[in-house]
Design a protein around this ligand. Structure first.
Ligand SMILES: [Ca+2]
Length: 220
């Protein structure tokens, strides 16, 4: 356990900035160059970056700037979502342009989930094959503002957090992610490209407590 904590925690700016033990993917983008986002959890879920390292970061020294045209980060099939255990995703986003719908973090397939900008709102959404479930994180996002978005599912209820505050819940059923397309900054199939910066995405294979959400928010 202590080794696990050592691998998934770090001290930043003198402040303990713990990543949840349930994290199975975490990108810091602190590589600063290259096209590989190294998974900091040690699970080998590295991402493929099409985008630009940007020093106007929210956590650490670098984030990834996406151009809204064809940039995205593709992450691998995580394979273990669903069931009663739940899952969660945490990500920072700062939009340069909000004139069109765009993906922030997506798993797209027959069943899916996503944090995205749609119809003017920033939304946490899940789809179980027949019904869409959603929690609006904010109905009036602004450009040039960092937002900490958390989409959480505990096996029966989804909760959306914006800047560590719950924005509501929705009863939902297991989306059983098929993970055909897994992307940040797009839908992963050639559309919904975000003109935005993103930083410090974390995906967990368990629901998050408020204190875990707070710890992720306090990294920024
Ligand atoms: Ca960073």
């Amino acid at each position: 356990m202590s080794l696990q904590l050592g691998l998934t925690s770090q001290i930043l700016g003198g402040r303990a900035t713990a990543i949840p033990d349930s994290a199975i993917l975490h990108y810091t983008f602190e590589e600063g160059s290259g096209s590989i986002a190294v998974d900091q959890t040690g699970n080998g879920n590295d991402g493929s970056i099409t985008g630009t390292y940007d020093s106007n970061a929210k956590v650490g020294d670098y984030c990834i700037s996406l151009d809204g045209t064809d940039d995205q980060i593709i992450y691998p099939d995580l394979g273990i979502f669903g069931g009663s255990q739940g899952f969660a995703i945490s990500i920072w986003v700062n939009f340069d342009d909000l004139s069109s719908d765009s993906g922030v973090a997506f798993t797209w397939g027959e069943y899916d989930w996503r944090i995205w900008h749609v119809n003017g709102s920033l939304v946490w959404e899940m789809f179980d094959g027949s019904t869409e479930y959603s929690v609006t994180l904010t109905s009036s996002p602004s450009t040039g503002t960092w937002y900490h978005c958390v989409g959480d599912f505990d096996g029966s209820t989804m909760t959306g957090y914006l800047d560590s505050s719950s924005q509501g819940t929705d009863a939902a059923t297991d989306p059983r992610s098929r993970t055909e397309q897994n992307a940040m900054g797009s839908r992963g199939n050639g559309d919904l490209f975000a003109d935005a910066r993103i930083d410090d995405p974390v995906i967990c294979d368990d629901s998050l407590s408020q204190s875990e959400v707070d710890a992720l928010y306090n990294r920024g």
